[in-house]
Each structure stands twice: as structure tokens, then as C-alpha cells.
Write a protein that binds this ligand. Structure first.
Ligand SMILES: C[S@@+](CC[C@H](N)C(=O)[O-])C[C@H]1O[C@@H](n2cnc3c(N)ncnc32)[C@H](O)[C@@H]1O
Length: 264
């Protein structure tokens, strides 16, 4: 199951050493982290009954700690592939189970969870085959009717963003060396009959707060307009980027997207 050489574990081992339990661990862009947390909170506000929740790729446990604080009625389980990050999560003393494991072979029985979510985890499973195996595993451990919040990287948003950059004379960007993105033309036929993509408004009227393209305007500004204006590539956490982060999401210009699927 390991990717050879295991650059993922090496990469995150260093992240754990440098950032320990900080929110910037695995995410240096504070706007992305804030918007992810906001979206996850809005997603959990949709749930009416206490739920059995699994986070795959929980890293240092930052998001799990927030969920345990804000939504204490749910039961939480975290799983991660990198022991050093999992140790950071364990050191938080969270009231939840934490497991070492791999998304491609989950150590859980069938139909155990009401909710599974991933926050930039499956982008680390570099080959398509492993990505799809992980999706099959998520489908297996979900209860019928259970929900998967997939906050992952997608090629279409990256391609649109690169087209905008090219139009303005900027070089195209590629995913980081430890990431690859999902291709919807491969993913959607694979899940047909197993998982259906749903609009959050079908779960609750307040679902409109959960927008799949929640980072689109941020990526358009941070990766297209900002480098054009400044003639540089310093795009993270500047005042100008923070100002434009108040814009509502528009278009499809972010590789990072949030989609909700229901197990059929
Ligand atoms: C980008 S980090 C995100 C961590 C956490 N969700 C957060 O937002 O801080 C990706 C996490 O997924 C874990 N990971 C990578 N591949 C995995 C796999 N195949 N199975 C389980 N976890 C994996 C990494 O160890 C890392 O902790």
C-alpha cells in the first residue's frame, strides 16, 4: 500500500517537526484554513442527530479538536498515515479514537459511520487507482444514507486558474510534489450507483452557506490577480489577499473544492 519512496510520510514527518500542533501545519495559507473551518462548521450545523464521524487524514488533530469543542454530541474518530502527526493529535488529549492507517485499506467495519470527511488528504494518494480505492473504502465504512464531505483538490479548478494566468502572461502552476488532484471525468463514473453528489440545500435550508467553490474567488485573486499586480509570487497572507478574501465565491478557479456525497 505504501507509495515508494514514501515521500508523503517524509513530507509530513517534517511538517510535524516544524509546526507541531499549529493550524499552519499542512496549510500555510491562513485564509484557506479559515474558510475550510467555516465550511466544516456549517456542514456540521446541518446535522440534526448525534453522528458517528470519521476524519481520514486528521493530521495533528486541529480540526477534530474544533469539532469536539463546537459539536460535542457527535462521536469522533481520526485516522492518519503519518505517525508523527498522529502523535501531535494524541498529545491534545482529545476525547476521541485516533488510529494509524491508510485511506486505501481502512481498519473499520462496513457501515460504521454516519459521516466521513477528508480535508486535503486524498490529494496525497498520488495514483488514480489509490484515490479510487480510498473512495471505495469511504463508501464501504459509511452507513446507507451516510454523508461524505470531500474537501479535496480537483483538476478542473486548477486548469481554469492556469488558463486565466496564461491569458495574463503568467506561467502555469502545478500541484505541489506531494499532491495530485481528482479528475471528475474519472471520479463520477466510478461512484455511479454507490455515492450521489448532493446539494447541501437538500439537507437543510441553511445549506446555501456550503458552497462547493468556496475558495474560487480567493484562488483567482491570490494566484492570478495578486501576482500580476505585485509582479511576484508572494501570494499568501498579504493584506491585499486578506481584503479580497471577503468576496463571495465566484466561478471555478480553485483546485480545492468541497463536495457532499450520500451513500446510496
Ligand atoms: C494536507 S494534510 C491535512 C491534514 C489535516 N486534515 C489538516 O487539515 O491539517 C494531509 C494528511 O493526510 C495524511 N495522509 C496522506 N495520505 C494518507 C493516506 N493514504 N491515508 C491516511 N492519511 C493520509 C497525511 O499524513 C496528512 O496528515
Amino acid at each position: 500500500m505504501s507509495q515508494s519512496p514514501d515521500l508523503i510520510k517524509e513530507h509530513y514527518k517534517k511538517e510535524a517537526e516544524i509546526h507541531k500542533d499549529a493550524p499552519v501545519s499542512t496549510m500555510a495559507d491562513v485564509i484557506i484554513r479559515d474558510k475550510e473551518l467555516e465550511l466544516i462548521q456549517n456542514f456540521f450545523k446541518l446535522l440534526v442527530a448525534p453522528a458517528n464521524v470519521l476524519e481520514i487524514g486528521c493530521g495533528n488533530g486541529f480540526t477534530l479538536e474544533m469539532l469536539l469543542r463546537e459539536f460535542p454530541k457527535n462521536k469522533y474518530t481520526g485516522l492518519d498515515y503519518t505517525e508523527e502527526l498522529l502523535d501531535q493529535a494524541k498529545a491534545r488529549g482529545l476525547g476521541c479514537e485516533l488510529h494509524a492507517g491508510d485511506s486505501r485499506a481502512l481498519p473499520f467495519g462496513e457501515g460504521q459511520f454516519d459521516i466521513v470527511y477528508t480535508e486535503r488528504c486524498l490529494i496525497n494518494v498520488l495514483e488514480d487507482e489509490g484515490k479510487l480505492k480510498s473512495i471505495d473504502e469511504i463508501h464501504r465504512v459509511l452507513k446507507p444514507g451516510g454523508l461524505y464531505l470531500m474537501m479535496e483538490g480537483f483538476e478542473d479548478g486548477m486548469e481554469n486558474n492556469n488558463r486565466a494566468r496564461q491569458e495574463l502572461g503568467l506561467e502555469t502552476l502545478s500541484p505541489a510534489h506531494h499532491n495530485t488532484y481528482f479528475n471528475k471525468k474519472t471520479l463520477y463514473p466510478h461512484i455511479e450507483g454507490k455515492l450521489e453528489r448532493i446539494e447541501p440545500e437538500t439537507l437543510s435550508p441553511v445549506g446555501h452557506k456550503i458552497q462547493w467553490n468556496f475558495l474560487s474567488s480567493h484562488y483567482f485573486f491570490a494566484r492570478v490577480l495578486h501576482p500580476l499586480i505585485t509582479k511576484g509570487e508572494q501570494t499568501r497572507n498579504t493584506e491585499m489577499v486578506k481584503f479580497f478574501a471577503h468576496m463571495p465565491p465566484m466561478g471555478n478557479y480553485s483546485p480545492l473544492q468541497a463536495h457532499i456525497f450520500r451513500k446510496l
